[in-house]
Design a protein around this ligand. Structure first.
Ligand SMILES: C[S@@+](CC[C@H](N)C(=O)[O-])C[C@H]1O[C@@H](n2cnc3c(N)ncnc32)[C@H](O)[C@@H]1O
Length: 255
């Protein structure tokens, strides 16, 4: 693995994510996702939930509103500040922790850990397994992990290889390719910012380890997490089918 691959996520999430990639979701979509999370987990009022890689807290705040005791962890302090502001605005308490998902500072603490919106698969196989280990330690016995991943088959066969979006005064070009040997989805992103008569170009590549159901099942098993159910999107009725589902959302239990 080269240096670029190992550290892409630091630059991507501090410089590119918020301005160019976070505004795609509507309020309705987030509402639907939060309903899906609480319907899937069926946790009692007051249960402890960890929103792992919580970002700006869009799920965490709404879950806290429903009466869960929510901790959000992310490595990006700017996102945590926004999550803090959102919690204040909504009159809810959130515990926000800056940290790395590979070494979580919790033991047997949560009824549930949620990891939403492709926040897993950023490292090499060892780092990804370390993340799952850390999740497993953080969960109470019989606690649940909800792991929201892209469907590998769909992502590698059906998604457009090239995409161009206009975000404000910028054109955002994405070129995707899949390295079968390493199971890595590369997304080369080129951003053209127009500012009056000047044009500025920046680029970055992101790398995501994609897992099919068997592979992730094997990794989860290594850390005593057993798959209970797999959904194909944020609708409880839509069970995962590898050929047609957009997502692979896994509900696993700590044994
Ligand atoms: C795709 S975003 C999703 C954020 C949030 N779950 C949501 O649905 O809005 C991924 C998040 O992972 C965080 N992240 C990236 N690498 C991390 C690491 N090593 N440890 C903790 N968080 C990390 C980023 O800062 C970002 O907030």
């Amino acid at each position: 693995m080269n240096h670029k691959h190992s550290y892409w996520y630091k630059d991507f999430f501090t410089k590119f994510y918020l301005p160019y990639f976070s505004g795609r979701d509507t309020k309705e979509k987030i509402k639907r996702e939060v309903k899906f999370i609480s319907d899937t987990l069926t946790l009692p009022y007051g249960a402890h939930v960890l929103d792992l890689a919580c970002g700006t807290g869009r799920h965490a705040v709404k879950l806290a509103k429903q009466g869960f005791v929510v901790t959000g962890l992310d490595f990006n302090n700017e996102f945590l500040k926004l999550a803090r502001q959102a919690s204040k605005k909504n009159g809810v308490q959130l515990k926000l922790v800056q940290g790395d998902m590979r070494s979580l500072p919790f033991r047997n603490k949560f009824e549930s850990v949620i990891c939403m919106y492709t926040s897993f698969g950023y490292f090499n196989d060892n780092g990804n397994l370390q993340t799952l280990k850390s999740i497993s330690y953080s969960l109470k016995q019989s606690g649940y992990l909800l792991l929201d991943l892209p469907n590998k088959y769909w992502t590698t066969h059906k998604i457009a290889k090239k995409k161009i979006n206009t975000i404000g005064s910028a054109s955002v070009l994405e070129v995707r390719s899949f390295d079968k040997n390493r199971n890595l989805l590369k997304n080369k992103i080129i951003i053209l910012e127009r500012d009056r008569n000047k044009t500025r170009q920046v680029s970055i590549s992101t790398f995501l380890r994609l897992y099919d159901l068997k592979e992730i099942q094997g990794e989860l098993k290594k850390v005593n997490l057993r798959i209970i159910k797999v959904f194909g999107d944020y609708n409880l009725k839509n069970i995962f089918h590898s050929k047609t589902s957009l997502r692979m959302i896994i509900l696993a239990k700590k044994e």
